[in-house]
Design a binder for this molecule. Structure first.
Ligand SMILES: [Zn+2]
Length: 310
């Protein structure tokens, strides 16, 4: 009898321990990129478990679809995507193969983070992917404006509160803390960038319009003729002329592009080639969303100083 009640208590303890484990990680979240994962961690804290698919050092337009991603997606309760067709080349088949009804587009567990943010470069004419342009629905690199990061966090907070109402106050407090730290960061970044308002730059891919808009930089050209289209000799010659005419001294290159063309443009124009990560995880020390701006802003300001201001 004594043994039986001990056994019963042991079983109960295991059950309660399991339930407590469940309560600690209330929502199993998968984000398509490390940027969205970082923001989800800010808001979700220890009430969520967050995985991401694309790594920050990868081109988010072109991610190799590994079978392990299907398993990750199969267990997800919430999938957060960048949207605007950023992931169209690799994510839809993975979602389909996950056979997880909760995270299919349109389901409650599918959150398109682009729906509440400021989107730039929305095409006015007809743009199709047949033309090779990978930004047919406006620029999908919108997380590079901290104001948009705040809106993404708000959308995640609302979604998590809906999925786990018992933790709504916890998510609200986490959001408020993130909002405060982000506002402090914005003051820091604005102060550092203020002397360089209006500085002309060139970028490899159109990754930085929101960043440039937020911090007052003037992007006058791109190494790619169109987003997703590799550089061509005639476009490169035009760009070199334009950079010389406008006196561009800094060129940003995302870490996943070949440096051959940027370096030759740099040699022709005297512009500094600066490899700068547009994502959390693109550099080892860029381990969260606020650190992404701290890192990039400091890198950029050092480069501007080095080339002599404007
Ligand atoms: Zn892009």
């Amino acid at each position: 009898m004594r043994n039986r009640s001990a056994f019963f208590l042991a079983c109960l303890a295991v059950l309660l321990w399991g339930a407590a484990g469940e309560a600690r990680a209330a929502v199993n979240v998968v984000a398509s990129t490390e940027d969205l994962a970082a923001i989800a961690r800010e808001v979700g804290g220890d009430k969520v478990k967050v995985d991401s698919i694309a790594r920050g050092y990868q081109d988010p337009h072109f991610v190799e679809a590994k079978p392990s991603f299907i398993f990750t997606l199969n267990k997800a309760q919430l999938l957060i995507v960048v949207g605007r067709e950023l992931e169209i080349g690799w994510l839809p088949p993975l979602i389909l193969q996950s056979r997880n009804a909760k995270i299919q587009p349109g389901a409650d567990g599918y959150l398109d983070a682009s729906l509440t943010v400021k989107i730039l470069e929305i095409p006015t004419g007809q743009i199709t992917r047949a033309m090779g342009d990978v930004h047919p629905l406006g620029n999908p690199h919108y997380w590079l404006d901290p104001g948009n990061g705040r809106k993404i966090a708000q959308a995640i907070q609302a979604k998590l509160a809906q999925m786990s109402p018992a933790d709504a106050a916890y998510f609200a407090a986490r959001y408020a803390d993130f909002d405060k730290r982000l506002a402090e960061g914005e003051k820091r970044w604005d102060a550092l960038m203020a002397p360089y308002k209006g500085t002309k730059i060139v970028t490899y891919h159109r990754s930085w319009p929101n960043f440039a808009d937020r911090f007052g930089l003037d992007v006058v050209g791109y190494v790619e003729p169109r987003p997703g289209i590799p550089p061509s000799p005639s476009h490169t010659l035009d760009l070199i002329q334009e950079m010389k005419r406008q006196g561009v001294k800094v060129m940003l290159v995302e870490p996943y592009f070949d440096l051959k063309t940027p370096n030759s443009i740099g040699r022709e124009t005297g512009a500094k080639v600066l490899v700068m990560s547009p994502s959390v995880g693109g550099e080892k020390e860029v381990s969260d969303y606020i650190k992404l701006f701290d890192y990039d802003v400091n890198l950029l300001v050092s480069a501007f100083k080095e080339v002599g201001g404007r």
